[in-house]
Design a protein around this ligand. Sequence first.
Ligand code: T4K
Length: 428
Amino acid sequence: MRTVASVPAIGLDCLAAFGAPPRFAQTLHVGRPNIGERAAFLRRMNDILDRRWLTNNGYYVREFESRIAELLGVDHCVAMSNATVALEIVTRALGMAGEVIVPSMTFVATAHALQWQRITPVFCDIDPLTHHIDPTRIEALITPRTTGIVGVHLWGRACDTKSLHAIAEKHDLRLVFDAAHALGCTRQGRMVGTFGDAEVLSFHATKLVNSFEGGAIVTSDEDLAARVRLMKNFGFVGMDSVEHEGTNGKMCEASAAMGITSLEAMEEFVERNRSNYEVYRKRLIGLPGIRLLEYPQAEHNNFQYIVIEVDRNWAGLSRDSLMWVLHAENVRARRYFYPGCHRMEPYRSYFPHAHLLLGQTESVLEEILVLPTGSALTPQDVNAVCDVIETALSMAPAVERHLAHCVRDSAPSEGPMKPQANTSIHHA
Ligand code: T4K
């Protein structure tokens, strides 16, 4: 195990948390958008204006859909305004009702998409190594009201699709995957997008490929694809004929133009993510108390998230203290998806004891920290982020001592946490 002994003996005041100037003049974000070829995007935007066709199944939406379907090897891609609406539509189109089993370790949209339709999300614990729903815990949660499972391919790593397929088949449940993080990734060589009854992609600004806002349902089930197409367009079949219940989930042409432009640069984005990930790996591997979530080498990965766990006992520093130190340096590390859906409203009130069955989820959420990557970062930036982590760890006891009085629970979105007045620095 590598130690941090090689770091020169320096005082706490080399860190911005304790008075030094921040290492980065401009904030490094998790989820800074990747931008494709600007000229190509602007050409498409001009063309959209010339055509005067701005939304409603336009030329660029259809092109985007067919490019995504081809990339994934599915028969149908139905583009939508965002992944949350896509999840709502697909679970409804599949007839999910009553209870649906879902991990709590996900962005709250996964649970909200169910709850919005008065389907009860039943939270399942995770495998602490992968952060994915633990298939061995699913069957104990199945009741006569259970109609489906929503698996989440968190961090771009596909979850255990084989076990989930087997459970769904055995209990006659519908199976959907939230693939918001996993465009271009594989499981046992098979492309994400091809599993379950359907999968849902996100093209939100923070995703590998973005369409500003956007999402899609991908499936090879022709009837399902036809149904969701109707549902995302108010149920309209012709000009005056509504044949289905529906809503407005349409993607507009400007989003599709951005999506296509972004998709054209996808390999470049993945390559940048991969090289950033390699630098993180080299620098962080073996640091005491730091575990970097690895990407399986045999699969295609998009390396979109750099996820570490901070074991306070080994690191000598808590996750929140490390986050505090990074924020002060203008590195906006995020503790996704703290505190877990089950501890957010309305679920916290509905299921006040849910945490009793979510031990692994709870402990991962106490240790997790997501670090910036993407095309806005260079490997030099990554090295500088790792310098901060290494420095903080090398002085862990002193950092912890001095941060003891900080406001620990400030939400990251409220800005870097500030030490209270009595957090004065005396050299360690
Ligand atoms: N399922 C899963 C597993 C998901 O992760 C998500 C979304 C969904 C479903 C639902 O997909 P959509 O309905 O959104 O298509 C962000 C995103 O808003 C959310 O889309 C994403 N997951 C989640 C993981 O991250 P926040 O609350 O962290 O967003 P925000 O605004 O703080 O953005 C993150 C960082 O990116 C910020 O520090 C600033 C930077 N940023 C953001 C935007 C929007 C930019 O630099 N430029 C920008 O334009 O949720």
